[in-house]
Design a protein around this ligand. Structure first.
Ligand SMILES: Cc1cc2nc3c(=O)[nH]c(=O)nc-3n(C[C@H](O)[C@H](O)[C@H](O)COP(=O)(O)OP(=O)(O)OC[C@H]3O[C@@H](n4cnc5c(N)ncnc54)[C@H](O)[C@@H]3O)c2cc1C
Length: 531
């Protein structure tokens, strides 16, 4: 019998899907020794997810991969819903956002995953091990242990301080720790195809066909790629729809099927399920292992990337000894509620598309057409389809000193210039860790030594953002940025002008000079899970 290969890291990531690879890049950025164990020989060759949202776009920026991934995406869309007659019943713009990224971009999953995987090569501290199937997971007081076998039959044993299960819906970690999925599975099957279609390259971006006879959707991707999805009826023989002649008949009203190259065809049904808990001891769940939702809001993978953004900096802080391990409890508190809300939105969008009774479809058409006629109701409709980048609970100061409406919100990302005149987006000038950012105030000059000591303990970068380029004070230690349009000043509204940003770019606490110590101390107590 082969000798057992021993592997060791600070963090084990089980699964090299988009979520596991996002963890690997973020942990690499924080300098954490990370081991990714993936049973397959390569990243995926077939696309599943197609829409990347604004928060994932910002996460790619944090990973330093946005310039590499951007050319293979389409950034921003006009999205519409047509009724059976072809009339528009709802149209939404999902283009620019205040967060410095398109509201939604389409991407090609195999290219994207390969780029994420290549991105990990920049980090000596990250190892991605393909052909490593994990068969068993255990934990002790001090370690998480994954054992398994490589594709050539060599057994391995990997040990780390923590393990994140990113193994997809069938999650071995979830089963090992006996965490239940709550929710329901939707037996409604859909035919999903991915194509290359030069004839439709100038065609519609995202369109939902709300035809009760055959609900469907299409989305354009880069390099002439296109996704189509059609709902199948219970009385149909679903496998028949994988037949090329059936697919050509479905495509024919929209394009010339003879020009279309088929990349993938499959039949899916979707779940609306969320894990009861996201953690047990040293084991965590993330991505599809923790939640699955229908694709109508394009949020399954995006929610997983949010998990990676939320948990990776916390793991890094705990591993480096900069934070109390209690901080890790805030992961479930902050992420689970958000995913439940998104799952409801995905189902609400599905209920617009999916009615198959004519009367229900007619009622839907009247309601949506009426609502889109007036600016106020249209905006109401638009906002009910989007979840604002705002989190609650956990490590945000929402009561006591420093609480404000901005706590838990992702900061906007305007274009700024630095003292040398270089321009870029806000995050381009921020450190990957904590940032204390004064809007019109210089934290390095205005905060007391006691408050600065707390900033120092957090390794926080000090930044002053002004609306005009001002001469830098000789006594300032802050990075000076100019936000000429005053976007940050408008965004903060009535909230205090000094903001403690967490590494995930969410606002931890806001404060004025006079209550800085109380507010910063309150935040550090939240970080220890003591509030
Ligand atoms: C038709 C369809 C359309 C979708 N559209 C969108 C969309 O537009 N936007 C969006 O955000 N999401 C979308 N999704 C959802 C999205 O595809 C998933 O949420 C996402 O792929 C989950 O990523 P993951 O990394 O968590 O899991 P996965 O992608 O499933 O990756 C898990 C990895 O873990 C590995 N693994 C599993 N078990 C083991 C083991 N024992 N040992 C080692 N490795 C293991 C697997 O081989 C795999 O590589 C869609 C899904 C479908 C089906």
């Amino acid at each position: 019998m082969s000798e057992v290969t021993q592997l060791r890291a600070d963090i084990i990531i089980k699964g090299a899907g988009p979520v596991g690879l996002s963890f690997a890049n973020l942990l690499g950025t924080y300098g954490i020794k990370t081991l990714v164990l993936e049973q397959n020989a390569t990243t995926v060759e077939e696309p599943r997810a197609i829409g990347l949202d604004v928060e994932s776009g910002r996460a790619l920026q944090a990973m330093g991969l946005e310039k590499i991934t951007a050319p293979d995406m389409i950034h921003g869309f006009e999205l519409d819903y047509l009724n059976a007659k072809g009339d528009t019943i709802l149209d939404l713009e999902i283009n620019a956002s205040p967060y410095g990224r398109a509201q939604m971009s389409s991407f090609i999953q195999p290219i994207f995953e390969q780029q994420l995987c290549d991105g990990t090569n920049r980090f000596d501290c990250v190892d991605v091990c393909f052909n490593h199937r994990v068969d068993q997971i255990t934990q002790t007081n001090d370690e998480a242990i994954a054992t398994g076998v490589t594709s050539d039959g060599t057994p391995f044993e990997a040990r780390a301080k923590y393990l994140v299960g990113c193994g997809g819906g069938k999650s071995l970690v979830r089963k090992t720790i006996g965490i239940k999925m709550l929710g329901y599975s939707n037996p409604q099957p859909w035919l999903v195809i991915d194509t290359i279609d030069p004839g439709l390259d100038n065609g519609v971006g995202v369109r939902f066909f709300c035809d009760p006879a055959r609900p469907a959707m299409t989305m354009k991707k880069a390099h002439k790629h296109r996704r189509w999805e059609w709902m199948l009826h219970p009385d149909e023989v679903h496998e028949d729809f994988l037949d090329q002649s059936r697919i050509d008949a479905l495509l024919a009203p929209h394009t010339d099927p003879s020009q279309v190259t088929m990349l993938r065809k499959c039949i899916y049904s979707f779940n609306s399920i969320v894990a009861e808990h996201y953690r047990q001891g040293r084991l965590f769940l993330a991505g599809d292992a923790a939640h699955m939702m229908p694709p109508f809001a394009g949020q399954g993978m995006n929610s997983g990337i949010r998990d990676a953004v939320n948990l990776s900096w916390k793991l890094a802080a705990v591993i480096k000894g900069d934070a109390d391990p209690a901080l890790l409890d805030s992961y479930e508190k902050e992420r689970r509620k958000h995913v439940v809300a998104l799952t409801k939105i995905a189902n609400r969008l599905g209920s617009i598309i999916m009615p198959t009774q004519k009367w229900r479809a007619a009622l839907r058409d009247i309601v949506l057409k009426t609502m889109t006629r007036f600016a106020v109701t249209k905006e109401l409709l638009r906002s009910s389809f989007l979840v604002a980048p705002k989190l609650a609970g956990g490590g945000f100061v929402t009561s006591g000193p420093g609480s404000s409406a901005r706590s838990g919100e992702m900061i906007i990302q305007p274009n700024v210039t630095n003292a040398k005149g270089a321009s870029g987006m806000l995050d381009d000038f921020l450190s990957p860790g904590f940032v204390v950012l004064g809007i019109g105030h210089d934290p390095s000059i205005e905060l007391s030594p006691e408050a600065l000591e707390i900033c120092h303990t957090l390794n926080a970068q000090l930044v002053k953002v002004s609306t005009a380029n001002e001469p830098t004070s000789a006594t300032s230690d802050a990075v000076q940025l100019c936000d000429a349009d005053g976007a940050l000043e408008k965004w903060r509204g009535d909230s205090p002008a000094i903001i403690l940003l967490r590494p995930d770019r969410f606002v931890g606490v806001t404060f004025a000079q006079e209550n800085a110590v109380a507010a910063l101390s309150n935040f550090t107590e939240h970080m220890k899970g003591r509030t």
